[in-house]
Design a protein around this ligand. Structure first.
Ligand code: ADP
Length: 485
């Protein structure tokens, strides 16, 4: 079969810039599409917080000072490039100092709409100047929402794109890029403003995600359960009716994991490797984790891990009523890595203050520590209110770190309920979003941990699961082929 030309557009791509799973997915998918022999090129902004690693960013001489006209003002961007580590795919970085030098990837500044409008224009302009007409524009989240509209309007004249199809992947419907309708004028859409959902304009707003949903050829989201959930009022964040209307173009594809980065056999961030065949290294990682965080190691105390953006989506409000009692009444350790809302920081700070020998809260972002937590914990807590896919529970399975999850979205698709009668299943799953249910699941996990043979089998069940991109990438390729016909 002929190879495909795929433009992967994303506001964050691992290992250059990351706030969450979106970066992992864009980077890994790019890499595995390249492995399959497709011509995949990636596009993202050149933020000042970009991680260079060992990559050398080269300016592209024919892509310098390119103007983009908005209403009453013009922005200029230039392009730098490097290859995606671990493969041969090229990444194109859109450099516009005034927009992307902000000290963080996302901002709450008044021109956030412009930062990602420029990313969409720039992607199309770069393709034009390279004379490269992608078969597929694979767009990710609201930041790419304008691109399908631009393709149908401003860039419609260009035969280069006449066969291009657009796929918008929804990584989190909770973030939609909603701005005041005032920005429409600045975007310079002219008569094409008619193609923005008019009910939004009547409500004095513009919603980038919605524009993307309406104008993309196909839609995908990152698990099959979430694809269904977002068509309901409870999970659709106001877009459920629209998504139901477009259900014929929506598909759910569970995220993969890049096991070259996340596996206990090869992880460069952990002190000792281990595997299904030889679990002995797990304890060494646990000891290292305790040492690293200044907690005393106790072989009789299971370690609970948490790594997350601390937002209500992640569900830690369910811990509030019982966390202190839970910690007080058991031999256990709790390690938390994350940052976010004060309410959740306070919860974990409070627990650490009262039980400094049992709880450690590391506030911030730390990739190396996240690997060590996966390797050194016994259990991993993800009580999400909603979870489009979730990656940490999949990493946990691979590291023999048993996930405790709520049955929603990708958590429901990737973790199977553990049944003590026949030792089947891979984790502790609870259904209802309330504290009693989470507490029940944590109690069940805690008791099971003390039955060493059962626990070992449970770890092995999880470690045998395969969510590799090597497999999941095929689902995207199938979808792309369906789209190009
Ligand atoms: P989301 O995209 O909603 O944040 P996911 O589970 O899909 O959740 O992906 C989160 C990714 O971000 C994982 O790779 C996780 O390890 C990483 N991550 C989240 N918070 C931190 C943190 N504080 N430090 C390091 N990595 C983090």
């Amino acid at each position: 079969m002929p190879s495909l030309k795929i433009a992967m557009v994303s506001s964050e791509i691992h290992p250059f810039a990351k706030t969450g799973g979106l970066a992992d997915v864009s980077g890994a998918l790019g890499k595995y599409l390249d492995f399959r022999g497709h011509d995949v090129r990636l596009f993202m902004p050149y933020y000042d917080v970009l991680k260079h690693g060992e990559s050398h960013f080269q300016p592209v001489d024919f892509l310098q000072n390119i103007p983009v006209a908005f209403n009453g003002f013009t922005l200029y961007f230039s392009v730098l490039t490097t290859t995606l580590p671990g493969c041969n795919a090229d990444v194109y970085f859109i450099h516009c100092e005034g927009l992307y030098n902000r000290g963080s990837i996302y901002t709450d500044h008044g021109d956030e709409y412009l930062r990602y409008a420029l990313m969409c224009h720039a992607t199309l302009l770069i393709c034009q100047r390279m004379g490269w007409g992608p078969d597929i524009f694979h767009l990710n989240d609201w930041q790419c929402g304008l691109l399908p509209l631009l393709l149908k309007t401003h860039y419609q004249w260009d035969g280069l794109f006449s066969r291009s199809k657009t796929l918008l992947s929804i990584h989190n419907i909770g973030y939609q890029g909603v701005f005041s309708a005032e920005v429409v004028d600045k975007l310079n859409l002219g008569p094409y403003a008619m193609m923005i959902p008019q009910e939004d304009l009547a409500g004095d707003m513009i919603n980038y995600m919605k524009i993307g949903l309406v104008h993309s050829d196909r839609l995908s989201t990152v698990s099959t359960t979430y694809a269904w959930e977002i068509q309901t009022e409870e999970y659709g964040a106001g877009l459920h009716n629209l998504l139901r209307h477009f259900s014929h173009k929506l598909v759910g594809i569970v995220n993969g994991v890049d096991y070259e980065e996340w596996s206990p056999e090869a992880d460069p961030y952990i002190p000792r490797h281990f595997s299904r065949e030889d679990l002995s290294g797990k304890t060494d990682n646990k000891i290292a984790l305790m040492k690293n965080l200044g907690l005393p190691y106790d072989p009789d105390a299971p370690v609970y891990g948490i790594i997350a953006r601390l937002t209500p989506q992640k569900g830690f409000q369910l811990l509030e009523p019982f966390l202190l009692d839970f910690v007080a009444s058991r031999k256990m350790r709790l390690v938390v890595l994350g940052s976010g809302e004060g309410r959740f920081q306070h919860l974990f700070q409070h627990a650490q203050y009262h039980y400094p020998d049992k709880v450690c809260f590391y506030e911030g972002y730390n990739n190396a520590l996240s690997h060590l937590i996966e390797a050194g914990s016994d259990m991993f807590i993800m009580p999400s209110q909603y979870e489009p896919c979730g990656l940490n529970q999949i990493y946990s399975l691979r590291y023999g770190t048993v996930p405790i999850v709520r049955k929603t979205g990708g958590l429901a698709d990737t973790v199977q309920f553990y049944n003590w009668e026949d030792n089947s299943g891979t984790g502790f799953v609870f259904e209802y979003f309330n504290s009693d249910s989470l507490q029940w699941a944590m109690n069940y996990a805690h008791q099971t941990w003390h039955h060493k043979d059962s626990w070992r089998q449970l770890m092995l069940n999880g470690m045998a699961q395969d969510f590799s991109w090597d497999r999941q990438v095929e689902e995207y390729i199938r979808l792309y082929r369906e789209m190009v016909g």
